[in-house]
Design a protein around this ligand. Sequence first.
Ligand code: NDP
Length: 445
Amino acid sequence: MKLQLQHALEQVLARNPGEREFHQAVTEVFESLGPVLDRNPHYVDAAVLERLCEPERQIIFRVPWVDDTGHVRINRGFRVEFNSALGPYKGGLRFHPSVYLGIVKFLGFEQVFKNSLTDMPIGGGKGGSDFDPRGRSNGEVMRFCQSFMTELYRHIGEHTDVPAGDIGVGGREIGYLFGQYKRITNRYESGVITGKGVTWGGSLVRTEATGYGTVLFAERMLATRGLSFDGMRVVVSGSGNVAIHAIEKAQALGAHVVACSDSRGYVVDEKGIDLDVLRQVRDVERKPVSAYVDHRPGAHYVADARVWQVDAQVALPCATQNELDERDAKRLVDAGLLAVAEGANMPTTPEAVALLQDAGVLYAPGKAANAGGVATSALEMQQNATRDSWSFEHTEERLAGIMARIHDRCAETADEYGDPGNYVLGANIAGFTKVADAMLALGVV
Ligand code: NDP
């Protein structure tokens, strides 16, 4: 790594002790930036790297609420407003017991580059809480969301900071959060949050967008080698919002999706994952993915294991960070893996990414491949601003165009910097230069 980058990285590690995931995300981006700094020494002079790694604002707050048995519970809430050079802070909220500042900062940092790649006017931010919605009643989730928003509302706004969903935050949670915002502010400010229901300001295709976008990116990437999803054996991790819609789009393109998972284990269905059953289990019954096999004779469940035990030609990690490691990658490569496209954020460990790239596997990093979600959130903001609502077909066409452009920009940038097919390099450099140029133009602020 170049000396200036090494120096800046050491500073980030020292200033943010214990934030392992944030260190990982910054290191991965810095490893790509050497050639950019060679061509643009003024980025170094203006301390763009150091400024990029220091969030503009970090908010941490207490979230008190009362559970169904009358006990007072305390969780911790976060919102990290990372960079607003390109537009209002934009990024989701994650409710999961593993959430702490380091996770929110890694996600916020990634979001800055991802949002830049979409070419939409959105900056980067992220937030969440260590609250676990699993096993909680609707009433408990509502009271938690109301308490969370009672603090968060003063920091957000359609021109300031626009949250959305992420792990543990789906349509139900967005509804409760928006309801409380509306009540406190006495404003129907639709553009303050995205992922809303379509009858109250949401956009068609937003729910599907991250999973669909990931598969559309992968489809274009496969095409660079004359391949397609048609007949391809696909394995997906996770069984939440991103995973379900990745499965749906892959199947629509002719893929044979044979396995998916959750945090407790995975299911294999050699006849192909039945999405009606998966939705019934996850969205209606709100049960673990193991319940899938109760409805599907022939399918089987493996507990306490990762889905990467199942052979695949295309792997779509759509669950969480660092869920596909070097051993998983080696096993998949030995079994004939051709491509990986990340629906989740940073799901593949750095060692696994190196192994995949060395083996010649097509690899699409999350900040490019899963950008369809936030891009469609920006389309939702557009519709809110004009008090319009677009058809499914029109919105999906916009999403497809955006994913094609992100793919091509990453590929062209990798070519330009002498490493064709390296989507990590392409995404990091293309995402970085747009934000860096805007930061330079806006002065030292
Ligand atoms: P959901 O909460 O809908 O689903 C998450 C899925 O991942 C569940 O199946 C969950 O299993 C599984 N999972 C969560 N934590 C772990 C873990 N520690 N180990 C194994 N599996 C786990 O979230 P989303 O589908 O919205 O998000 C999935 C990923 O996609 C995240 O990385 C998120 O940051 C990323 N993403 C999401 C976007 C969106 O629009 N929603 C946009 C861009 C990226 P279980 O139910 O057992 O917890």
